[in-house]
Design a protein around this ligand. Structure first.
Ligand code: G6P
Length: 626
């Protein structure tokens, strides 16, 4: 979604704001804009398209203003044109506002303002805000903070805003209602941004605003108020990030860097979730240390997982693990569907929200709905039990659910999720094994075997990266003109087929479908001919022979067959035209390895096509609107 950034302090604001936008561009890149207060006027510059266009417009400008706001847009209301770019101003151009989110009642407010003679310059929902603030200031002799406070109380929806005024050159007002915004604290200078990567180059002292809070930032300090006007006491916390984490470190794209970070992420997850020494002889203690309380997990009859996009795919892997290893019936729902058509209430049910950002509006709303609909019950078995799996425990999800599994992937900048997916899957291994242990669903020896396999994964992932990247880069040349791809998998690798197809769609704009291999004959097989490559994931285990047979069916239709399959498997070698070998691994653990070639394939095809891998068209990393 959109990214907002603000600065007030001792230095020239525009450079800091542009640098901040660069770090937030993953949130949207339909247009960008900046407004500063300079010599009693608002100086506002906006440009359609990526940030580079705004930078070109600003080149050569020497703007000494020490206060400003800036925005990078993912269009919701109004086309991605310059006149719809933020900041938006009131008629007299004394107030400038940036917003991330949606003002749901903007039509009513717009009509109301129009009836009083107000003329609009954009099609956006945001433009009502500067006009309303201007009216408040004109009506009474009130402060900028109070005017903004009165206006935010009239807004419906999910939003984060930042406001400056030419008449208040030493004040930056920031507000939050259901959309993220974090404040940063320096020496006599203060920042706000939609996300922390924009702040870490300057400060690690941060304070996320909570819903219904406003901040008044001046060069002297920051005051926090509730939307009803009460002053609140808050203390910043220190981030343990460093600025290097948000740089490409020699890689051409963030996505490639993040693919390469995956073995390290799995090591971090193994350390965080599992007892590194655990063996079958330790059966009197748990092999996991997730820190989840017994009341969350005892007597579970049902687990429901809600998520969107790649996180939904991780949820499908989670379902397989939880059902097949721990034996708990599990359903996986698109959060955007579940929030309006929830499954009937069942007893002793754990609801898990999976979201790397912790800010996806649909996932948050599905969890909120679940919490609310169960709050009316007094029977303990019907009360809500909520768990979040996220890479951002400090996010809105962290406020909403009482228990979190942190995925420890570090900040992910590429819009296409890679390392955060692998980390979510690791969280599900941990949860499934935790439940398996509690329910004695497997013997200690079986548990030990899984743990031994998990501990070997990072080194095996490194083998895939080292041995396959060059090869996949070359293979990608063959698909420069390809228009359709099919990805097949079964069992635990079906979600990986979905994920492989999603990655390719997202960044290369090639149509791709992920399908359970056994279902191909019920439809997608009609698409096959020599121009449609089929990527099949065939790992020895319960469905190995079946997948190879399904692949043969595709071959009989002239499709080019690419197999992600273990090294030295003769049968697979005879079946596939092209092999992408991965190390031998238990089928149950294979998704962590099989997803890597698919990520690399999508990456290299997109890079080969000269596309913007880290910022694919129309997408945003974190979707904070419905
Ligand atoms: C967007 C992103 C996807 C992501 C999805 C869910 O669509 O482009 O990469 O999988 O949101 O995001 P979340 O932060 O909830 O995991």
């Amino acid at each position: 979604m959109c990214g907002i950034v603000g600065y007030i302090g001792t230095q020239a604001a525009s450079g800091i704001l542009l640098e901040g936008l660069r770090k937030l561009e993953y949130r949207g890149y339909d247009s960008a804009g900046i407004a500063t207060v300079l010599e009693g006027e608002i100086h506002c510059v906006r440009a359609k398209g990526k940030l580079i266009n705004l930078e070109e417009k600003l080149a050569g400008e020497d703007n000494p203003a020490r206060i400003g706001i800036a925005h990078t847009r993912w269009a919701t209301h109004g086309k991605p044109e310059e006149y719809n770019a933020h900041p938006h101003m009131d008629t007299a151009k004394r107030i400038a506002v940036i917003q991330n989110g949606i003002i749901e009642n903007y039509r009513d407010l717009r009509e109301e303002l129009k009836s009083r003679g107000c003329e609009f310059r954009s099609d956006t929902d945001t433009e009502v805000i500067p006009h309303l603030i201007a009216e408040q200031l004109a009506e009474s002799d009130t402060s900028l903070l109070e005017a903004v406070r009165l206006v935010v109380n009239r807004l419906k929806g999910a939003f984060a805003i930042a406001v400056i005024s030419a008449d208040y050159p030493d004040e930056l007002i920031v507000g939050r209602q259901q959309a993220p915004v974090v404040l940063g604290f320096g020496q006599g200078e203060f920042y706000c941004a939609s996300d922390t990567p924009a702040l870490v180059p300057y400060t690690r002292a941060v304070l996320p605003l909570e819903n219904g809070e406003l901040a008044r930032m001046t060069p002297l300090g920051v005051e926090i108020y509730s939307f009803d006007g009460h002053r609140l006491k808050k203390t910043p916390r220190t981030l343990n990030w460093n600025p290097v984490m948000v740089e490409k470190q020699g890689f051409k794209h963030f996505m490639l860097k993040e693919i390469y970070e995956q073995p390290g992420v799995v090591r971090a997850c193994l350390e965080a979730y599992f007892d590194g020494e655990w063996a079958a002889t330790d059966a009197d203690k748990s092999p996991t240390h997730l820190g989840l309380p017994p009341e969350l997990l005892t007597d579970l009859q049902h687990i429901q997982i809600v998520a969107c996009g790649t996180s939904w795919h991780a949820g499908l892997v989670g379902k397989y693990l939880i059902e097949q290893v721990a034996g708990v019936p599990t359903t996986v729902h698109y959060a955007s569907e579940f929030r309006y058509a929830p499954a009937p209430i069942t007893s002793n049910t754990l609801t898990i929200g999976v979201t790397q950002s912790g800010e996806t509006a649909d996932t948050l709303a599905a969890l909120e709905m679940e919490k609310k609909r169960r709050s009316g019950f007094t029977q303990p078995e019907l009360q809500s039990r909520l768990l979040g799996i996220t890479n951002r425990p400090e996010s809105s999800l962290g406020d909403l659910v009482p228990h979190i599994i942190d995925t420890h992937a570090g900040i992910e900048i590429g819009v296409a999720a890679t390392k955060t997916f692998v980390a979510q899957v690791m969280a599900f291994y941990a949860l499934a094994l935790d439940l398996t242990y509690r329910r004695t669903a497997k013997s200690p020896e079986q548990l030990e075997e899984i743990l031994i396999g998990l501990r070997q994964l990072p080194a095996q992932m490194e083998v895939v990266l080292e041995s396959q990247e060059r090869y996949i880069e070359e293979l990608a040349h063959d698909f420069a003109e390809t228009q359709d791809f099919i990805f097949l998998g079964r069992g635990i690798n079906f979600p990986i087929a979905l994920e492989g197809a999603l990655k390719l769609k997202e960044i290369s704009y090639i149509h791709a479908e992920g399908y359970p291999a056994g279902e191909m004959k019920h439809g997608p097989i009609a698409l096959l001919d020599a121009k449609v490559p089929v990527v099949a994931i065939a790992m020895p285990g319960a469905v190995y022979e079946k997948v190879l047979s399904n692949a043969q069916e595709a071959r009989a239709r002239d499709a080019r067959l690419i197999g992600v399959t273990p090294m030295d498997e003769q049968e697979a070698a005879d079946t596939f035209d092209t092999l992408i070998p991965v190390p031998h691994v238990d089928e149950l653990l294979s998704p962590i390895l099989t997803v890597i070639p698919l990520q690399l394939l999508a990456y290299h095809i997109a890079a080969r096509r000269g596309l913007d891998v880290d910022q694919p068209r129309n997408l945003a990393k974190s979707v904070t609107v419905e």
